[in-house]
Design a protein around this ligand. Structure first.
Ligand SMILES: *[C@@H]1O[C@H](CO)[C@@H](O)[C@H](O)[C@H]1NC(C)=O
Ligand SMILES: *[C@@H]1O[C@H](CO)[C@@H](O)[C@H](O)[C@H]1NC(C)=O
Ligand SMILES: *[C@@H]1O[C@H](CO)[C@@H](O)[C@H](O)[C@H]1NC(C)=O
Length: 241
């Protein structure tokens, strides 16, 4: 038993290199009690020396090292949380940025119109619809998010032989409000086309569409001559009314 205790003390000395130099009976007693103790020690047993005397030895760095490790870990957790936050913010800014559509009036024999009211033109041949803002059934684009948008349309009509009346008027609308329009009314020229391009600040849910004004008509049997397209230039958080 004594040998075992001495071995432990010897090991302590060899491991720790923090053997005291002065004799101290009270200290010896405390150390012996600690070494003899068979239950659990809060300081892990052999580093009780550090607890009592606070010396600066190699074995006594265990606690500061543990504290450093703990602090580093907490700092890493903090950094990780910060990065997660940043990622979410980036997603918020970049997510839903891909909004673009292009659609053509499908070639139909005869003319579209005339109607007794203003009718939105159903550009049914959708060639692009990123972000799914364009709805062919409505012929309308609904802004999936607030932002600055660019829209363009090209209107073309061919009424056939010279002398027929080329009579059309279309208008680009934003929620019932006329933004831009193109028109023709003549008999000298049986076919013509016009293009408009506009930039619009939209709130989420605003609708943009192209209307054929009542009484007018569009005649086109050629695919690709009548088009409507748009895209998000950049998102906005604050859109004036
Ligand atoms: C520690 O154990 C040894 C061996 O059993 C014994 O001689 C000694 O008195 C003990 N010391 C203390 C402080 O309990
Ligand atoms: C849709 O438009 C594309 C490109 O202009 C064309 O190649 C295709 O034939 C059109 N489809 C229909 C059904 O009109
Ligand atoms: C249709 O559009 C024309 C031209 O902008 C306008 O004068 C007329 O009031 C519109 N009709 C309806 C019912 O909105």
């Amino acid at each position: 038993m004594k040998t075992a205790a001495l071995t432990v003390v010897g090991l302590l000395g060899a491991l720790c290199l923090c053997l005291r130099t002065e004799a101290n009976t009270a200290w010896d007693l405390l150390r012996q009690s600690a070494v003899n103790w068979t239950g659990n020690l809060p300081c892990g047993g052999w580093d009780c020396d550090c607890e009592f005397r606070k010396p600066k030895g190699c074995c006594c760095v265990a606690r500061p090292l543990f504290e450093l490790e703990e602090a580093t870990f907490m700092r890493m957790v903090g950094l990780w949380e910060g990065l997660t936050d940043l990622n979410e913010q980036i997603d918020e800014v970049t997510g839903g940025r891909n909004v673009a559509f292009a659609a053509f009036l499908s070639s139909t024999p005869g003319c579209f119109g005339p109607f007794t009211r203003n009718v939105s033109i159903p550009y049914q041949n959708i060639t692009l619809n990123q972000g799914y803002g364009y709805n062919a059934a409505l012929g309308a684009f609904t802004a999936p998010r607030a932002g600055l948008y660019s829209f363009s349309y090209t209107v073309y009509s061919n009424v056939g032989p010279a002398g027929e009346r080329l009579y059309l008027k279309v208008q680009l609308m934003k929620d019932g409000q006329v933004i831009a329009s193109s028109w023709e009314d003549n008999r000298e020229d049986s076919e013509d086309s016009a293009t408009q391009m506009v930039l619009l600040q939209l709130k989420q849910g605003n609708q943009v569409y192209v209307e054929l004004v009542s009484g007018r008509f569009l005649c086109t049997d050629t695919q690709g001559y009548n088009s409507f397209s748009g895209f998000l230039v950049y998102p906005l958080t604050d859109v004036p009314v």
